[in-house]
Design a protein. Sequence first.
Length: 388
Amino acid sequence: MTSAQAFRQVLTRRIFALLAVSLPLPVAACSLLESHSSTDGCQGGPREIEWCIAATPEGEGGVDAGDSSDPDSGLPPGTSCPSREDARSQISYVDDVKTEATVKDGGCCYTVVYTTICEGRPYIVDTFARTAVTARAVRGGAFTKSYRADGLSPCVDSLDPAARAALAAQWTRDALYEHASVASFARFAMELLAVGAPADLVEDAHRAGLDEMRHARLCFTLASAYAGEPVAPGRFPFDGNVEVSSDLASVAARAVTEGCIGETLAAAIAAEQLASAVDPAVRAALATIAEDEARHAELAWHFVAWAVRAGGHAVCEAVAEAFRASSPSAPPVIFAGDLTAHGRLDSAQLDAAAARALDEIVRPCARALLAPSAFERNAHGLELRAST
């Protein structure tokens, strides 16, 4: 048995154990059969968005998107916008840069193709996961240093420039999603208060947000090491509106997408990355992330079990639909080399890891949650009946 397989088995039993405690009363079963496609939940995949970065000093590959000597241009004096090709290198974690720059609010904005993913706990608005952009070209000094994890230094000496660039891009993407999870848990904690959830769930949600900040620091530190320059997040795109729901069914359904599925997959994938990683710094980061994400997954399952018990059939149906509707997706990995020693899996490996987590953890636990008659209680919690 591999360490990743053992991790999945242990996590499944931990979730079964808390479901056995959280569902002491009979609960009406809700159908988990595949149904029509839905636009609810988190929709992964590529989409076009606007992405803004800072202007660069003139003479460093910029293009004329407005004369910075013109006080009406909006650019800081002595700067210009990076060309489309240069912008690709600065924001290499997007799939493509489609346009040259336009100046907005003193920054250089491009239309880019960006693949949103539904792994981990994304911050979802209108079914799409949101993240900040990196501040590598925007801010420095104490702000950038605040996102550095002291003592974490991967070995980069044997890596060629292409491998380092690929590692920097992939760890940057992870860092931005860990950073977004801080916002997701903050909203979740407020929604727990709004629906009258038990105090221990509220406390655990706040602790989880602090865990995600630690994960963001770890990932930004690795990204910076591979990039050869500091990488940190910019402003988070709340757009002045944070929706906090007090509808128990809606909050529970989102917890399924972001937690029961997203966090469970994140934990299992981190365990698979850890199993193949060799670099000591990368292994240390992934060991922390895998165990923390497993606890976050347990928190989501615990809350959803409480919500089903408290809200009855309406919540049960909303939760079942969330399991059916979500479409977990891994980001595309465009690099021909083997980066497993540095904790990165290729697209096929990511898809396989996600499929194993869904088959071995998410689906059995969802059935235990929503169709408890298929399970029997014993001293170890819940076990699937032999006849199912």
